[in-house]
Design a protein around this ligand. Structure first.
Ligand code: DGJ
Length: 324
């Protein structure tokens, strides 16, 4: 009986067809629920690495953890460990905040550079924290914290353009907007403002698709979902178009909040994946992931209703397979 339960759970998570099942429990190769909330994806050669907040219930409550998983197909994930364990590096006290980790690889320094939203329990510090490793799967060593462009910074997002240039998106409450900023050559600091978008939006994410940049952001409603909006521009410096909803406003982005847009350019086609979190604020460890291929092009961006789907990373093709 136990075996049947175990295999049913495994089958649901991966599916016979190895489907991605938005909103369902997503298990790693060990059969444990993936802990990579508010996450980001870094591709190294032909392997994808998924970093995110590890909210495991048995974690030491005085520390904060970033977990890493690896995959060649973006569907089945191997646990690589808790690659960054933060032991309150800025002495912010019990309940300090470490959210939305994002990892960049700097080809010049050959270092993996992790950015996190680092904050006091009251969210007043509003800084980024930076940790570095020689290996993608850590261990990452804490280096410093700062306010990018001297602005308060809470939710962060990551964007790496097709030419390898690296950007941080950060929400900056007192300015009433968010920034898209270029990292320095060594990725250790935030150097240049590309755009300031005067709209109180967080959960920022960008994709560059067929000559247009699409930026997404959610409104500010804590852990509760709201209708995410997007804008487009031919340059990261703007000007940005008017903002539109990615889905009918009443579905509240299908109960999710953006963490990243992942572009999979295959031999036949290119798929853009919306990577979002369905937060469960009282049981954060059980928060789910809403990943869906989006309908994108000619300035339009639509997040379809989440349904199980499969991805072929070689061809770039995504196929909705529906509930099975
Ligand atoms: C919304 C943010 O996007 C999350 O990362 C988290 O900071 C919550 N707010 C906290 O309320």
């Amino acid at each position: 009986m136990l075996a049947a339960v175990c295999c049913a759970a495994w089958g649901r998570a991966y599916g016979e067809t190895k489907a991605i099942r938005p909103g369902e429990v997503w298990l790693d190769g060990r059969g444990q629920q993936i802990q990579a909330h508010g996450g980001g994806i870094l591709k190294v050669k032909d392997t994808y690495y998924w970093f995110g907040e590890d909210r495991t219930q048995t974690n030491d409550p005085a520390k904060r953890y970033v977990a890493c998983y690896s995959s060649k197909n973006l569907t089945e994930w191997k646990y690589r460990g808790q690659v960054f364990v933060a032991d309150d590096p800025e002495k912010l006290g019990r309940g300090f905040v470490l959210e939305r980790p994002k990892v960049y690889y700097n080809a010049k320094t050959k270092k993996f550079v992790m950015y996190v939203h680092l904050d006091s329990p009251s969210y007043r510090l509003a800084r980024v924290g930076v940790a570095v490793s020689d290996k993608v799967d850590g261990p990452y060593k804490y280096v410093k914290s700062f306010r990018p462009l001297d602005q308060e910074s809470r939710d962060i997002g990551q964007f790496i353009d097709d030419d390898g240039s690296a950007y941080l998106i950060f929400e900056s409450r007192p300015t009433g907007g968010f920034y898209i900023a270029k990292l320095s050559d060594d990725f250790m600091t935030v150097e240049k403002e590309m755009s300031f978008i005067h709209a109180p939006l967080e959960g920022g994410a960008i994709v560059h698709y067929k000559g247009l940049y699409y930026v997404l952001g959610s409104h500010l409603s804590g852990w509760r979902p709201n209708p995410i909006v997007y804008a487009t521009a031919t340059s990261l410096e703007g000007p940005w178009s008017e903002r539109k909803n990615v889905a009918p406003p009443e579905v509240n982005t299908y109960d999710s909040q953006s963490s990243m847009l992942v572009k999979v350019a295959g031999k036949k086609t290119t798929t853009v994946i919306y990577m979002g979190d369905r937060w469960l604020s009282k049981t954060l460890w059980d928060s789910r992931y809403v990943w869906m291929p989006v309908q994108i092009g000619d300035g339009n961006f639509v997040l379809p209703k989440p349904e199980p789907w499969t991805l072929n990373v070689k061809t770039g093709e995504a196929k909705v397979v529906g509930a099975q």
